[in-house]
Design a protein around this ligand. Structure first.
Ligand SMILES: [Fe+2]
Length: 298
């Protein structure tokens, strides 16, 4: 496996200032140093940014960035994409500099999601000081577990799953299948949960459905249930729509709630997600999304 983690999200916003206040005041992220009026950087650890919010004609996820372990693995993935017939672009010097990486390629997955691979991410070691007093987000050593996870839309679920596992080298954590109704004709929806080369249960999940904002949700993880509760209070105080109540997921045991971001997609804010030794793991199949809670559209 050569993809280490989910490194960043690039988010388009009609009003980047709305994302700035959401990020700082609700999520408790810290503003990055090299942003500008129409480009807001939000950080949650040693990395110069985790969310890059850029002024855009629509509110939507513009790209998801994954970090690759080395320049050699990065070149091998480029070759694997070419062999699979996926055309990709090299990021230019400005794009690489804005992402604080040494190498960057960009392409679309079989579901049309914009994906970036990077290597050589630069740490600036600026002390993380949350404006909301969060001591740390759970991102591993030097951020090597990534910021959290993304769930991306993939109506062509099997094709997308084969691409991520066979071309990019992600591996199975869990396959979830659930029905949205009691109708026996309802074929239900599938979700593939995939892990990268870090202990987080999943860095990416593919959902068999569409999203007008190009994203089913992003997830950030903190280190205590109290920080989840404080964030829920901050969201409620600002009348941010809570799209799912508190609950604990079955497959990764994440205790979390979901709220709507200014990006038009939800963000899961949680703690206590499983960290797994993959050498000793058998992928699961699950038909119950949560042990308790997570009432949607509450
Ligand atoms: Fe999630």
């Amino acid at each position: 496996m050569t993809i280490n983690s989910i490194s960043y999200a690039i988010i388009g916003a009609k009003d980047p200032a709305a994302w700035r206040s959401f990020g700082l005041e609700v999520l408790g992220m810290m503003e990055g140093q090299s942003g500008s009026e129409n480009r807001v950087l939000l950080r949650c650890d040693e990395r110069p940014f985790r969310f890059m919010v850029v002024e855009h004609e629509a509110d939507a996820l513009l790209a998801t960035g994954f970090e690759v372990a080395s320049q050699r693995h990065f070149a091998e993935l480029g070759d694997a994409l070419a062999a699979a017939g996926v055309s990709y672009e090299q990021g230019d010097a400005l794009e690489a500099a804005q992402r604080h990486v040494r190498g960057l390629i960009k392409f679309r997955d079989p579901a049309g999601n914009a994906i970036e691979l990077c290597h050589g991410a630069t740490l600036d070691y600026a002390k993380f000081v949350s404006p909301q007093g969060i001591d740390a987000f759970e991102t591993g050593f030097n951020g090597d577990m990534g910021f959290g996870h993304a769930v991306l839309p993939a109506p062509n679920l099997q094709e997308a799953y084969r691409f991520y596992t066979e071309v990019l080298g992600f591996a199975d954590s869990d396959y979830m299948h659930f029905k949205l109704s009691d109708d026996p004709e309802d074929e239900g929806m599938g979700l593939h949960f995939l892990h990268a080369d870090n202990p987080r249960h999943h860095s990416l999940a593919l959902f068999q459905g569409e999203s007008a904002a190009n994203c089913i949700h992003l997830m950030l993880e903190v280190r205590s249930v109290d920080e989840v509760g404080y964030c829920l209070d901050r969201a409620l105080a600002r009348e941010i729509p809570i799209t799912s109540t508190l609950g604990r997921h079955s497959n990764d045991r994440m205790l979390s709630f979901y709220m709507m971001t200014p990006g038009g997609f939800p963000l899961e804010f949680g703690c206590e997600g499983l960290q797994i030794d993959w050498a000793d793991f058998t992928p699961t199949v699950t038909d119950l999304p949560s042990l308790w809670g997570h009432k949607w559209g509450a």
